[in-house]
Design a protein around this ligand. Structure first.
Ligand code: DX5
Ligand code: ZN
Length: 214
């Protein structure tokens, strides 16, 4: 599986070192959790910080917008080397329009879905996205426990993808660690976000190598 550690779990007073660590240990992407204090009860960083981060890291950026107005943020993320952007399905009734704008601006569109949201909410747009980000914790904070109900959702999603001959990749975000990563890989997950487990690992490079070998 591919690995995208979340900046949120790094020392936020020294993001530069966190980015360097991701780069040095062979991570695939940098996951930026943008929270607006509205969609989720937490406030993190915005496009300005991400733009700054680009000066210190060559990895592709993966931006997870946990905001009520994703449309507003997209133009601010251009020319920063952002490869993929995830928006939360819960915030919009106009997902196709949002996805078109993402493509126009050069981002790979990804839809994120909360644990409480049924897959039915995304079924009609799965032919439009490159990736589905399945939240395995309630969004808003790092360091939460992985919800095991995620596995049933992943199986349904994979079944749906097969039945419709779709090609999106699947990313799992929240509470991922070495105890659940093998099962996620066996289920068919393409990439995982690992905040706390990456930054708390004794041997960061060995941790990355293990996840990438799954
Ligand atoms: C939660 C975020 C996740 C989270 C991952 O709202 O979307 O990216 O910070 O961190 P861990 O791996 O600590 O759950
Ligand atoms: Zn995230």
């Amino acid at each position: 599986m591919k690995i995208a550690p979340s900046v949120l779990a790094s020392d936020l007073a020294d993001i530069q070192s966190g980015l360097r660590l991701m780069e040095q240990t062979g991570c695939d992407m940098v996951h930026w959790d943008v929270m607006d204090g509205h969609f989720v009860p937490n406030l993190t960083f915005g496009p300005g910080t991400i733009r700054w981060g680009r000066n210190h890291c060559d990895l592709p950026f993966d931006v997870h917008l946990m905001v009520t107005d994703p449309m507003m943020y997209l133009p601010l993320l251009t020319d920063v080397g952002v490869e993929m952007v995830s928006f939360q399905i819960e915030v919009t009734n106009f997902a196709p329009r949002l996805i078109s704008l993402m493509r126009e601006l050069g981002f790979r569109p990804s839809v994120a879905i909360n644990p409480q949201t049924s897959l039915v909410a995304v079924e009609e747009i799965l032919d439009l996205v490159d990736n589905v980000l399945v939240m395995s914790v309630d969004p808003g904070f790092g360091g939460q426990e992985f919800m095991s109900s995620t596995f049933a959702k992943l199986e349904k999603l994979i079944e749906f993808r097969e039945s419709q001959s779709l090609v999106f990749s699947i990313q799992v975000d929240g509470g991922v660690n070495l105890n659940n990563a093998s099962e996620l890989a066996a289920t068919g997950v393409d990439s995982v976000v690992t905040g706390s487990s990456f930054f708390r690992a004794d041997d960061h490079a060995a941790f990355v190598k293990r996840i990438r070998s799954l």
